[in-house]
Design a protein around this ligand. Structure first.
Ligand code: COA
Ligand code: AMP
Length: 631
């Protein structure tokens, strides 16, 4: 069937369509309703059904002839080590660690926070939670203690699983002191932690609270899969909102499993037995969906890579992994390709490797500039597919569905709506925009399986953040348009979220940190264009009257404060002191105009600006720190 036919079917008969796809998953009990819409606008997929996600990802493949096939290949240039787990080995390791968690009293519905580097034990801990019906919440290793503490207080985990250290390029980063501090400052305290001791660092353990992974696993008995409702949560993943308080995106078990497995073949064209590599981190949604769950549900081999695109050891790192492990499909963020291209513009390193196994590159996480896409196409000679999605949906909203039909690529567009998604471009009054007109990108309810059913214990915030703009539609937070051919173009965010090296960050959260400095009267943070990372945060601060501390010292303290409170991943390194900030007459800071100035773009004088002369001062200040060059 063509893309058009499949898409039409998914729109006309979503229950029939997804009910059929759900046959690819093993259920303990079939659902009573494919789509339960009795609590609109809260929709639930496969209500009444029972399954276990870990069983579907591991055990059933062991039982169906894939026991000896590689399930997970850990490739770690930073430790110069590799390890392959077959499906049988991974199932056993997961069952054993589920036994450890069960011994600590973890049962169905309990939360477990996973704060880990890119080692197999991170995936093992996630799958072990799924096995018990416990809800994992993975926190990215680049977040600081305070961010971790916020998540501990919201998720209230019984147990936290962590490791002694992570390795970032050539640096060893101790995780345990960060974890200890987070537990100190959080109100909720976990009963226990389980720490995986890596050879590089031996973490100091707190007696009675901290357990050593290896000894606990040796003492545990393997645990079996616990059936859960399709609508029970599988995980919570916190993501940046417009304030410093992150949103706890909930993922269910049933809809997620069905969507994940469907996407592997239909979007990525990956079959059971193929090797798939998502070069991301388990701390992000890409890692959840495409390092851990989707490839394993499909019976494919997944690569877990502890390294960078460059510097570990060189810009040929990705090509080495692809050729060594026979990767068919790679998924990464455009930043990774910009980094490789910057170091190896002619792709000389590519010539050293046999890439005959490689069939497609998928890019997502940030806008893909046509230049990068075309470079990748030229060097690799395979389809390069930009696709668009977000933590909330958990899988592609717009893509070129390679497993259905390869459509012509238009560089700069993530192609068309994925079956199941009814994407509309609406104006502020909820009216549909004509082709080519920019508006808010919305998804008509119900969204397909796998998308968030709500925010963790916060239905109201879910309604307020996503469903209140136009009745019957989900607000993606992105702005863009559809062209005459139905291709989507994602242009910008309509909120304070920025995208730094594919990492989603809140400028509002950074402003809260800057404002907490005793010398700062007010501030604004913008995402300025960056050639490598897409965007970089830039802070503009106004000091309180009478502050005598030297400006450079304050700037240094502000940079350190953001790193300490949010984490190195914020990449917050540029701050400038200004006398005042441009505002509307009602007092709203004109961040959009400041961004345009920083990027050297022309801008319209905002009609509501309080005092236009301020914009010249802002331009001069931004020039001082290397921005606004073309003004
Ligand atoms: N634990 C601790 N620190 C971390 C970390 C982790 N898991 N991940 C990143 N950091 C640190 C980095 O070391 C860096 O610290 P520094 O300021 O001391 O140098 C900082 O956070 C910023 O990290 P990053 O944005 O990754 O920048 P980088 O300069 O280290 O690497 C790229 C740049 C382009 C190579 C890198 O961003 C990359 O590989 N991107 C690929 C895209 C990607 O994986 N996106 C995820 C979503 S799909
Ligand atoms: P995250 O939740 O971290 O996956 O970030 C999601 C956001 O990243 C989206 O809402 C977009 O703003 C941006 N994004 C992700 N993929 C793309 C893409 N292919 N093109 C443009 N923007 C993207």
């Amino acid at each position: 069937m063509s893309y058009e036919e499949i898409y039409a079917r998914s729109m006309e008969d979503p229950e029939g369509f997804w009910g059929e796809q759900a046959a690819a998953i093993d259920w303990y009990k079939p659902w009573s309703k494919v789509l339960d819409d009795s609590r609109k606008p809260f929709y639930r997929w496969f209500a009444g059904g029972e399954l276990n996600t870990c069983y579907n990802a591991l055990d059933r493949h062991v039982e169906n002839g894939r026991a000896d096939q590689a399930a997970l290949i850990y490739d770690s240039p930073v430790t110069q080590s590799q390890k392959t787990y077959t499906f049988a080995e991974l199932r056993d390791a997961v069952a054993q660690f589920a036994g450890v968690l069960r011994d600590q009293g973890v049962t169905k519905g309990d939360r477990v926070i996973v704060y880990m580097p890119m080692i197999p034990e991170a995936a093992i801990a996630m799958l072990a939670c799924a096995r018990l019906g416990a809800i994992h919440s993975v926190v990215f290793g680049g977040f600081a203690s305070k961010e971790l503490a916020t998540r501990i207080d919201d998720a209230k985990p019984k147990v936290i699983v962590s490791a002694s250290c992570g390795i970032e390029g050539s640096r060893v980063i101790e995780y345990k002191p960060l974890l200890d501090e987070a537990i100190d400052i959080s109100t909720h305290k976990p009963d226990h932690t389980v720490i995986y001791q890596r050879p590089q660092v031996s973490a100091t353990m707190q007696e009675g609270r901290d357990l050593d992974w290896a000894s606990a696993a040796a003492a545990a008995k393997p645990a079996d899969c616990v059936p859960v409702e399709a609508t029970d949560p599988l995980y919570i993943l916190y993501t940046s909102g417009t304030t410093g308080v992150p949103k706890g995106v909930v993922r269910d078990n049933g809809g997620h499993a069905v969507a994940m497995q469907w996407s592997m073949k239909n979007i990525y064209n990956v079959d059971p037995g193929d090797v798939f590599w998502a070069a991301s981190d388990v701390g992000w949604v890409v890692g959840h969906s495409y390092i851990v769950y989707a490839p394993l549900l499909q019976g494919a081999t997944t690569i877990l890579y502890e390294g960078k695109p460059i510097g570990t050891p060189d810009p040929g790192a990705f090509w080495r992994v692809i050729s060594e492990h026979k990767v068919k499909t790679l998924f990464t963020a455009p930043t990774a390709f910009r980094a490789i291209r910057r170091e190896d513009p002619e792709a000389e390193y590519l010539k050293k490797y046999d890439m005959s196994c490689f069939e497609a590159l998928f890019l997502a996480g940030e806008r893909c500039d046509p230049d990068t896409l075309e470079w990748a196409q030229k060097q690799l000679g395979v389809p390069v597919i930009d696709h668009w999605w977000q933590t909330e949906t958990g899988w592609g909203i717009a893509a070129n569905c390679l497993g259905i039909e390869e459509l012509p690529v238009k560089p700069g567009s993530p192609t068309v709506c994925v079956p199941g998604y009814d994407v509309r471009i609406l104006d502020e009054n909820g009216n549909e925009e004509a082709a080519g007109e920019i508006g808010r990108i919305m998804i008509k309810l119900p969204m397909p399986p796998g998308c968030l059913p709500t925010l963790w214990q916060n239905d109201q915030r879910f309604l307020d953040s996503y469903l209140s703009a136009t009745e019957g539609y989900y607000l993606t937070g992105d702005a863009g348009y559809k062209d005459e051919d139905g291709y989507l173009w994602i242009m910008s965010r309509i909120d304070d979220i920025i995208n730094v090296a594919g990492h989603r960050l809140s400028t509002g959260g950074m402003e809260e940190v800057l404002a907490s400095h005793p010398a700062v009267a007010e501030c604004g943070v913008i995402g300025a264009a960056d050639q490598l990372k897409g965007e970089l945060p830039v802070g503009l601060v106004v000091l309180k009257a009478g502050v005598e501390q030297p400006e450079e010292e304050i700037v240094g303290e502000l940079i350190a404060l953001v790193r300490q409170k949010i984490g190195p991943v914020a990449a917050f390194k540029k701050v400038v002191v200004v006398d005042r900030l441009p505002k509307t007459r009602s007092g709203k800071i004109l961040r959009g105009t400041m961004k345009k100035i920083a990027d050297g773009e022309s801008y319209k004088m905002p009609a509501t600006i309080d005092d236009p002369a301020i914009l010249d001062e802002i331009t001069e200040a931004l020039i001082r720190i290397g921005y606004a060059k073309h003004q």
